[in-house]
Design a protein around this ligand. Structure first.
Ligand code: PLP
Length: 406
């Protein structure tokens, strides 16, 4: 009987020993050639007049905009700065309130605080772990100016409802699409539905240049503001020492742009490989008593599967220790992660918010808090690039460990 199968952590045979083949990043002569071209050119960085196709950066921006269905794309140092700059480009100011989900990377909130705006947390949906649109209106005050939905794991948030609410209350929408390159909501690419969208090229992300970020927008004014904010307040077509606003140097280098150009040639194939594996995982994991797979709304036209998130059932999650569960699965040769801590409980964020506003900023997000503590588990995008048989081992290991608690 499977119930009596000895766990690897107790000296039993691991479900999988070795056999992992996916590497990250994946590169070959395509990237070598592009990076060498930059090296030999001597043009390693700098500023390019809009419309110039002279450097790798403008080339990459044009290709990225095409790929993501946006009118404009601007590269910059990272995805965190991209959120700050996008908010500023949309006119958000210090002291304004910005609605964010608590189930996300810390940068979503810290990018708001970086220029003195204040994150207000709205809980996530039980079955998607994405911001719950139906809880947004209760969090809106006279200081609220923007919503930052996060397409966590590469799964688009409910942009239809979010845009309705934003229009009704005259709020800007900045999509944090750091994990969602290639994803679409109801036929539209993420990063183009709100006012601006932000992406990350950090080394763990699906499109990787070591570090880097991108802002997309369909609005020329937002594009111009963004360009200026990351180019020390210069304006497109202006003189070299003409600085019209306070901006910083947040430019991406030519080496990074070269890497993005190379990695883009692999993106579609990698998205498809992950999609195929996720289909298998959804089927296998939904058959395991004790595990719940997340819901995919039919309007998620494309999911970019940066992470595969799933949950322990509430009953199981409440009576076992999540770290203990993970240690047992990892001992079976399967790498799973616990994921985020609910950001609304983060003391650094609470303190920074209070310092800025003079008020307490304590938000209750029961779904996010419980899921972080007891239920949510992740596989990474690299695991999703493995051959299909690895997905079967993942399911086998999860089943074995779940059954050990019965
Ligand atoms: C990675 C990430 C960021 C930050 O991007 P960096 O390039 O690491 O600064 C922001 N939001 C989310 C959801 C992320 O996953």
């Amino acid at each position: 009987m499977e119930q009596t199968e000895k766990l690897a952590i107790d000296g039993g045979t691991p479900v999988r020993s070795g056999g992992w083949t996916a590497r990250w990043p994946i590169f070959d002569d395509t990237e070598r050639k592009l990076v060498m071209e930059v090296l030999e050119s001597g043009n390693w960085g700098g500023i390019f007049e809009p419309g110039s196709m002279y450097g790798k950066l403008p080339q990459m921006e044009v290709k990225f905009a095409e790929l993501q269905g946006a009118k404009h794309a601007i590269g910059m140092v990272n995805g965190t700065v991209a959120i700050t700059v996008a908010l500023q480009a949309a006119g958000i100011k210090a002291g304004d309130e910005v609605i964010v989900p608590p189930y996300t990377f810390v940068a979503t909130a810290s990018a708001v605080l970086a220029f003195g705006a204040i994150p207000v947390f709205v809980d996530v949906e039980e079955d998607t772990l994405l911001i719950d649109p139906e809880k947004i209106e209760a969090a809106i005050t006279e200081r609220t100016r923007a919503i930052v939905p996060v397409h966590i794991a590469g799964g688009p948030a409910n942009m239809t409802r979010i845009m309705e609410i934003a229009r009704k209350h005259d709020l800007k929408v900045i999509e944090d699409a750091a994990q969602a390159i290639g994803a679409k909501w109801d036929g539209e690419f993420v990063g183009t539905i709100g006012d601006l969208g932000t992406f990350s090229l950090q080394s763990s992300k699906n499109l990787n240049s070591g570090e880097g970020g991108i802002i997309t927008t369909n609005n020329y004014d937002y594009w111009e503001q963004t360009w200026s904010l990351i180019n020390v307040g210069r304006i497109p077509g202006g003189k070299w020492y003409q600085h019209e606003r306070i901006g910083q140097n947040f430019r991406l280098t030519e080496f990074q742009a070269a890497l993005v150009l190379g990695q883009m040639t692999r993106l579609e194939e990698q998205l498809q490989r992950r999609e195929a594996n996720v289909k298998v995982l959804d089927e296998l994991l939904s058959e395991i008593d004790g595990i719940t797979i997340l819901k995919r709304d039919s309007r998620v036209t494309r999911h970019s599967n940066h992470l595969y998130m799933f949950k322990l059932d509430s009953e199981l999650g409440a009576r076992i220790d999540k770290d203990d569960f993970i240690a047992k699965v990892n001992a079976e040769g399967i790498f799973i992660l616990t994921g985020y801590n609910s950001l609304n409980l983060n003391p650094a964020i609470q303190n920074a918010s209070k310092e800025l506003s003079g008020r307490d900023h304590v938000y209750s997000c029961p779904v996010s808090e419980r899921v972080c503590e007891n239920e949510a588990l992740w596989l990474t995008q690299v695991t999703l690039l493995e051959p299909e048989e690895a997905m079967h081992d993942i399911a086998k290991a999860l089943k074995k460990v779940v059954q050990s608690y019965s």
